[in-house]
Design a protein around this ligand. Structure first.
Ligand code: C2E
Ligand code: CA
Ligand code: CA
Length: 570
């Protein structure tokens, strides 16, 4: 690498002249010193010291053969064995014809005849060898990835072709390895830390491929490809890779995802094998519980759909294809339920694909950061809509917006929300923020800090999907939250599992203790509604009251609430 940088800076290249006769060193120095920086050694041992010290900057060694201490042959033997020094070309200085052949066989790049007669010829030979080796070294440098020392993708694919040729019968797997939520690791701990993690994983990968007679490369940031003899125990493979980063990353084992395309050698298109492995690997993004996936055709269809959505995203924002639906939340603590607030849920009104619910794609959008732009858009639209209702009806209910785990990692989050609310001319009481429980589990310090700040500004914080993220009771007690929102799964099992009801009652107790209220979502029928009403739950959201509706539809709920208020007053 130094060499490439050197070339760019056009530094004078360094040449070492090794000869025990002073006059010979002087002569060569005279010939080349205008173009090169010349170092000198008067025997093999001294030369070796100088080479070791300058191994990264030496462009050429001009080597006499017959010298005291360490002769030229011996020095060449030593250099040949050392990987950091054997890339420096050697031109042998000799007067014996037989020596030429022998040294060329030992790896010398060229030779120059003594006595030195035509200076121009000598200089030209030296120039040529230096140029040649520079290009070889540049080629080598581009074969491997600088950070990890693994092959780069192009070279890797070429190598796969070689394996195919020599071992056509061997069953091989194409494997894609990915560190999930790597960008969050990076953002939280800095790039230097991220690099350490990548290097540690690469070391583990290197071990793995050498055990399984394969090769590996880094494809991009945190994505690696392996081509190895067929694995029976994919979990074991995954564990051995995760172990490589476990000293740096505490939840290492749940962060290494692998996608496998088994018996990949049967597919003649080598690059495609790894596209398939990557597809399998990416399919794990939306799944926080599995970590190994195998490629199949169904997968291919789904992924191409997701990719299509990602590529259509910019246009969708520009052309306002994202539509906000509002699902009412009803207060059920009194005799008559009444509209208390709403949740904003985004839909994509795609010009060709029709209405798309984003639930399935949120993980993709989290992975590539698009979710931040989408959420900002949603917050703006919702804030403007609230302002509009306030103006029209002199009244509005608060609306909850979803805050993704990626938003939480954004240090500018609080300022951004403040800016949006101010610009729309509404107040923090008008907006509730739903943060999923798994975000708390991932980085509770960060969430506590951001949520605490927002709460002190007057925003209500709701913990979404409560019951899925394994918060301990200890951490719950110190979390800055106003609302616990039960995960939709609780309600699904309400009438099949007696435990579910008992759990809901427990959550109500915990919430009371925390001074928070309880929202249950996904309530679809009167049976569920009636059961819940007696548990102390405060708010109910679900198809029982209404599916999510567009802003016009929701205006009817606001009018109804105004009428309800008037009835109460009368
Ligand atoms: P969530 O926040 O847990 O939202 C609740 C989901 O349950 C919504 O699905 C809603 O339509 C659905 N739902 C409501 N009532 C019922 C019911 O009675 N029965 C059943 N079976 N389902 C019900 P949706 O709109 O497809 O959203 C799915 C997920 O997508 C949301 O889960 C949320 O995590 C995410 N999401 C939606 N909009 C946004 C957004 O603007 N930003 C972010 N970051 N995430 C969003
Ligand atoms: Ca939500
Ligand atoms: Ca939820």
């Amino acid at each position: 690498m130094e060499r490439i940088i050197e070339n760019r800076l056009q530094l004078k290249k360094r040449v070492l002249v090794v000869d025990d006769e002073f006059i010979n060193r002087r002569l060569l120095e005279k010939i080349i010193s205008e173009k090169y920086e010349v170092l000198q050694a008067s025997d093999g041992a001294e030369a070796l010291e100088i080479i070791k010290e300058n191994r990264n900057t030496l462009s050429l060694i001009l080597l006499d053969l017959l010298m005291p201490k360490l002769n030229g042959y011996e020095l060449m033997e030593i250099l040949k064995e050392d990987e950091t020094m054997n890339r420096i070309p050697i031109i042998v200085l000799t007067s014996e014809k037989e020596a030429e052949v022998e040294t060329l066989n030992m790896g010398a790049a060229d030779f120059i005849q003594k006595p030195y007669d035509v200076p121009e010829v000598i200089l030209a030979r030296i120039n040529r060898i230096i140029r040649l080796y520079d290009s070889i070294n540049i080629l080598n440098a581009t074969q491997t990835d600088q950070l990890t020392g693994l092959f780069n993708k192009d070279y890797f694919i070429e190598y796969v072709g070689v394996i195919d040729k020599y071992y056509p019968e061997r069953a091989m797997d194409a494997v894609a390895v990915n560190i999930s939520r790597f960008h969050i690791l990076n953002e939280m701990n800095g790039r230097a830390f991220g690099n350490e993690v990548l290097k540690a994983l690469s070391d583990a990968i290197r071990n793995c491929v050498s055990e399984r007679q394969g090769i590996a490369c880094r494809n991009s940031a945190d994505r690696f490809y392996l081509y190895i003899t067929h694995v029976d125990d994919a979990e074991a493979l995954r564990h051995s890779l995760a172990a490589g980063i476990s000293s740096l990353v505490k939840d290492a084992d749940s962060r290494i995802n692998i996608g496998i395309y088994p018996n990949a050698q049967t597919n003649p298109d080598a690059p495609k094998r790894f596209d398939c492995a990557l597809l399998a690997c990416n399919s794990l993004r939306s799944d926080y519980k599995s970590f190994v996936a195998f490629y199949d055709a169904e997968m291919y269809k789904k992924e191409t759909f997701a990719e299509r959505l990602v590529s259509d995203f910019d246009e969708a924002i520009r052309e306002k294809q994202f539509i906000i639906h509002y699902q009412p939340k009803f207060d059920v603590t009194g005799d008559t339920p009444y509209l208390a607030s709403a949740e904003a849920l985004v839909r994509w009104k795609h010009p060709e694909l029709g209405m798309i619910s984003l639930g399935l794609f949120i993980p993709f959008f989290e992975e590539n950061g698009l979710i931040q732009r989408l959420d900002r858009y949603v917050w703006q639209e919702v804030s403007n809509q609230i302002a509009c209702w306030k103006k029209k009806y002199g009244f509005s209910v608060p609306v909850s917006v979803n805050v993704s785990r990626v938003d939480i990692m954004n240090p500018g989050l609080v300022k951004e929300i403040e800016g949006i609310v101010e610009e729309a001319g509404i107040t923090p009481n008008d907006l509730y923020l739903e943060i999923t429980e798994s975000a708390y589990a991932e980085d509770s310090d960060r969430v506590v800090e951001a949520a605490g700040k927002l709460r002190s500004l007057g925003y209500k914080i709701e913990m979404d999907d409560f019951g899925t993220g394994y918060s301990s009771l200890n951490t719950l007690a110190v979390l800055p939250i106003d609302v616990l929102k039960l995960d939709i799964d609780f309600i699904k099992h309400l009438h099949t599992s007696p435990k579910s009801l008992r759990l809901i009652e427990l959550v109500v107790d915990i919430a009371r203790f925390l001074g928070a209220s309880v929202v249950v979502e996904g309530v679809e029928n009167s049976e569920q509604y009636n059961t819940l009403k007696n548990t102390g739950v405060n708010i109910i959201q679900g198809y029982y009251f209404s599916v999510p509706v567009d802003s016009e539809g929701f205006a009817d709920f606001i009018l109804e609430r105004i009428a309800y208020d008037n009835r109460q007053k009368a």
